[in-house]
Design a protein around this ligand. Structure first.
Ligand SMILES: Cc1cc2nc3c(=O)[nH]c(=O)nc-3n(C[C@H](O)[C@H](O)[C@H](O)COP(=O)(O)O)c2cc1C
Length: 252
């Protein structure tokens, strides 16, 4: 069984090259409204969306995200911010204590942002647009916050480049279903079998795409990826923004 929505979702590919064609304001409104309808934990709506079209600001964000040039090139770049600033205001209005010191709030804000971003990407694709999410926005969170004037109790989670596609990449093979989907119980044997199968698929995928220059299997790539800490500055940054205080107290 299939339909247009399922076909659209299942044909996902990240797009990193864009034509010069502008996006209309109504399209941006539709994309943002699709994001705003995402489900949200406890209705806290712990996210904000910053819409960036200013070329200078996009250039700066491209640089801060690890020189990802497609951020400059896309006509609109969205930054998804985990945001408890409004909850702080609500607590002040009602003179209640304000508690966002647990890891839980980081999860709530991050999940909210991810759901909003995916809704926005799917909505964009339904309009004939394409895009890619940008975790590189967390490379320099302090400078991003300064550039976007972010208040306390916020932190940038991801960016989203959107524009008219100027490339038609193959779909990236995913892990086999057996390594990811389990009936009733997790099964580590399935994982092992799935990894072997996926390594063979990914070696061939990269061999073909790079004329044999890159042949690393997925497990090899992930082993390298996991061999050192990632963005260890992010913990200090979110603490500085008012989060993780309970965790910090417990461990100090
Ligand atoms: C939260 C998140 C952050 C990402 N960050 C980046 C990024 O900074 N730069 C980039 O080129 N791609 C980024 N991606 C895209 C992934 O690399 C891509 O989704 C993955 O390789 C699978 O490829 P596909 O989306 O074409 O299927 C990100 C994706 C997600 C979900």
């Amino acid at each position: 069984m299939s339909n247009e929505v399922i076909k659209l979702i299942q044909s996902h590919r990240s797009i990193r090259a864009f034509t010069d064609q502008e996006i209309r304001e109504e399209q941006i409104t539709d994309i943002v409204e699709a994001g705003r309808r995402a489900p949200t934990s406890h209705n806290v709506q712990a996210y904000s969306i910053v819409v960036i079209q200013d070329p200078k600001k996009k250039d700066e964000l491209a640089r801060l995200s690890g020189n990802q040039s497609y951020i400059s090139k896309c006509p609109v770049f969205f930054v998804l911010i985990a945001d408890f600033y409004r909850l702080k205001k609500a607590s002040e209005i009602h003179e209640q204590p304000f508690e966002v010191g647990e890891v839980e709030q980081l999860l709530v804000g991050s999940v909210d942002c991810a759901l909003v971003a995916e809704n926005m990407l799917v909505a964009s694709r339904s309009l004939g647009l394409g895009g890619v999410m940008i975790g590189g926005i967390r490379n320099n969170p302090e400078e991003v916050a300064k550039l976007l004037n972010l208040p306390e109790y916020t932190f940038p989670i991801m960016g989203l480049c959107i524009g008219y596609p100027d490339q038609n990449p193959d779909q990236k093979p995913r892990l086999p279903k057996g390594a990811i989907v389990f009936n009733e119980n997790y099964d580590t044997d399935q994982v092992e079998a799935g990894l072997k199968e996926y390594d063979a698929v990914t070696e061939e995928y990269y061999r073909q795409r790079t004329n044999g220059l890159k042949t690393d299997s997925w497990s090899k790539q992930m082993a390298t990826f996991s061999s050192n800490p990632k963005r260890s500055h992010v913990g200090d940054y979110v603490k500085g923004q008012g989060f993780l205080t309970a965790y910090h107290k417990k461990n100090s």
